[in-house]
Design a protein around this ligand. Structure first.
Ligand SMILES: Cc1ncc(C[n+]2csc(CCOP(=O)(O)OP(=O)(O)O)c2C)c(N)n1
Ligand SMILES: CC(=O)[C@@H](O)[C@H](O)COP(=O)(O)O
Ligand SMILES: [Mg+2]
Length: 642
């Protein structure tokens, strides 16, 4: 009979059972929960460090609060693997981030314990305030708790929410999970401020003594003492900014010590008025030596050996697009001292950590503040610099109004290096770079490029450096390139000019971005059906190469565009151009145009290649589409079932 490594956790399928335990048993629950989390992520990969840092907090929250009736909202949601194990999903935790398996973030459709979906940071307080106000409007009495990290607290949205919560004086609990970490080392004044609060030893001891004394006094004296205590606090620590925003600040307390966590959480739970912020200090990667020792605290890991912590990183067959971008930008910056680079708390993810090693004074990590990053870049561009704003496609969505209002309308030459464009695999729909072609292509005066491979990416970096007539963006996917030979330095491309790679006469496949490889494969396959196929690489989603379009429309029966982007993107631009040029006015059936895009749905996480097949954007789907348009429906059907 195998003895379980988690005997107590085995008896806790949901928080109901957890809440029946004695407080003294919770330490063991936390130990077992940490062990289970490490073991699960060792076989799935995913976000580990953040979850390890909130094991005790997770246990304490589900013990003190009547979840799911009391709402717990986790910011970003990458730290919720322990939460998922405790809330009825332990049996599926080893399907994490796999096709058909658990999401790597909170997801309302996945569990009633996931009060709010996440993936992007700094949304928890806004969502929590919404739920608190809804409770008050319907005369409810449940609690609402938002758990937000120190870096997620650096985003403007968090302040908008706290400002409003303070003004409404809503009963809302915010737990600031301060592990002094983001993905990389923390940046910004907020981090320094929190460090001051945490290190204010004098503050803690005086305040603790005053609290002890005050809690035994009659209410009216207690209120006076509380005012005095706030004065002492403001006197000692300059007043917590959170209190200036209308929050009652509690802390900092040790977020790994259940003897501290439980009484404080019970107190704030039973405090019946206004917003409270509990400042807990934790350690990212806590309790797992390889994570504690790592610079990134094992923020994001692939499968690994539990004993040694050694990650099983797959051997790369080609350089990553991110790495090629970073190297190309370094090369360009060696020739142009006006080039500066901006990241929003993603230095390693965007490759700007590499750029920063070469040009530290020209590299800016603005923390999780994409809106600020864009307008900060606009300011730099006003003064003649060449700012490369390197953001994931999905995170650029957070700064969209700034792109329109502060950059495009003012024709400012900001360069947008859009990483993680297209489907991103395990992170799923919250992180998909699905919409950038659509949301940028509709902006007057915006140039939008998409590279077909890593050599093309180098050319686009060089083109962006040279282009000073307004904003320009280039998109590239997560992961490895295709393994093409790389030039020493990128060549400047002619704006708005595509290229033909294969000449045919019946079908034209006009690809944008990295679908080109599959388009060339499709053309080879169509040869077997006697269908002569042209393959062209658009290179630009905007401005459209109208000459190329006219040529393809005039010389082929069928034109198909392909892009790893949503509806409303490149295909729509092409449709607009074809119709404007009267190229769709011919006799019925004379010329057919179709646009292959991501389907108009949110595609759940899976391996990238499986998501692409599901999205019908692989070579098989292209062949089937061409045959269908040529009237060979049977051939098309055969292709799809093969
Ligand atoms: C809007 C947005 N920008 C960037 C990210 C990428 N990101 C994911 S987690 C993370 C760091 C979060 O740090 P913190 O809030 O301190 O949580 P911790 O990982 O330390 O627990 C970042 C920048 C994101 N999820 N959302
Ligand atoms: C939680 C979060 O938003 C980031 O950690 C993101 O998952 C990183 O994505 P990549 O793995 O593509 O860099
Ligand atoms: Mg942190």
């Amino acid at each position: 009979m195998t003895t379980s490594k988690t005997p107590l956790l085995d008896q806790l399928p949901t928080p109901e059972e957890l809440r029946k335990l004695q407080p003294g048993q919770l330490k063991q629950v936390a130990e077992e929960l940490r062990r289970e989390t490490i073991d699960a992520v060792s076989v799935t990969g995913g976000h580990l460090g953040a979850g390890l840092g909130v094991v005790e907090l997770t246990v304490a929250l589900h013990y003190v609060f009547d979840t799911p009736r009391d709402r717990i909202i986790w910011d970003v949601g990458h730290q919720t693997y322990p939460h998922k194990i405790l809330t009825g999903r332990r049996d599926r935790i080893r399907t994490l981030r796999m096709g058909g398996g658990l999401s790597g973030f909170t997801k309302r459709a996945e569990s009633e314990y996931d009060a709010f979906g996440a993936g992007h940071s700094s949304t928890s307080i806004s969502a929590g305030l919404g739920m608190a106000v809804a409770r008050d409007l319907s005369h409810g009495n449940n609690h609402v708790v938002a758990v937000i990290g120190d870096s997620s607290m650096s985003a403007g949205m968090a302040y908008e929410a706290m400002n409003n919560a303070g003004a409404l004086d809503s009963r809302l609990i915010v737990i600031l999970n301060d592990n002094d970490m983001s993905i990389a080392t923390p940046t910004g004044a907020m981090s320094a401020y929190l460090a001051r609060l945490v290190s204010g030893g004098a503050y803690r001891s005086i305040r603790d003594a005053a609290k002890q004394l005050a809690s035994h006094l009659p209410r009216f004296i207690y209120d006076k003492a509380r005012k005095a205590e706030e004065f002492s606090r403001s006197f000692i620590t300059g007043g917590t900014m959170f209190e200036e925003l209308g929050f009652y600040y509690v802390g900092p307390i040790d977020g790994h010590n259940l003897d501290h966590l439980l009484p404080v959480l019970m107190n704030v739970r039973d405090k019946d008025d206004g917003p409270v912020l509990v400042h807990v200090v934790t350690q990212k990667g806590k309790g797992y030596a390889p994570a504690e020792a790592a610079d990134d605290k094992y923020h994001g890991v692939v499968k690994f050996d539990v004993e040694t912590g050694k990650q099983f990183k797959p051997k790369a067959n080609a350089p990553s697009y991110t790495g090629v971008f970073a190297k190309a930008l370094v090369t360009e910056a060696e020739h142009d001292d006006k080039i500066v680079a901006i990241t929003a708390a993603m230095p390693s993810g965007t490759g700007l950590d590499t750029f920063g090693k070469h040009f530290p004074e020209r590299t800016f990590d603005v923390a999780i503040a994409e809106q600020h990053a864009v307008t900060f870049a606009a300011g730099l561009a006003c003064e003649g610099y060449k700012p490369f704003c390197a953001l994931y496609s999905t995170f650029l969505q957070r700064g969209y109004d700034q792109v329109v209002h502060d950059v495009a309308i003012q024709h400012l030459p900001v360069r947008f290096a859009i990483d993680r464009a297209g489907l991103v695999g395990a992170d799923g729909p919250t992180h998909a770079g699905a919409f950038d072609i659509a949301y940028l292509g509709c902006l007057p005066d915006m140039v939008v490029m998409a590279c077909a491979d890593e050599a093309e990416l180098m050319h686009m970096v060089a083109t962006a450096v040279a282009y000073d007539d307004g904003p320009i963006a280039f998109r590239y996917p997560r992961g490895e390139g295709v393994g093409v030979e790389l030039p020493e330095r990128g060549e400047v491309l002619e704006i708005g000019r595509g290229r033909v790679l294969r000449e045919g006469s019946k079908v034209a496949l006009l690809s944008l971005g990295t679908r080109l490889g599959e388009a060339l494969k499709a053309a080879e396959e169509l040869d077997n059906y006697g269908v002569s196929t042209t393959v062209a690489d658009a290179r630009f989603a905007k401005p459209i190469d109208r000459d190329l379009l006219r040529r393809l429309a005039a010389n082929h029966e069928v034109l198909i565009t392909i892009e790893e982007g949503s509806i409303g993107g490149f295909g729509s631009q092409v449709f607009q151009a074809l119709s404007d040029d009267g190229l769709l006015d011919g006799a019925r059936g004379a010329f057919k145009f179709r646009s292959m895009t991501l389907p108009d749905v949110y595609i759940d996480h899976d391996k990238h290649e499986l998501m692409i097949a599901k999205a019908m954007l692989d070579s098989k789907a292209m062949v089937a589409k061409a045959l269908e348009l040529l009237g060979d429906e049977k051939g098309a059907a055969r292709v799809m079932i093969a």
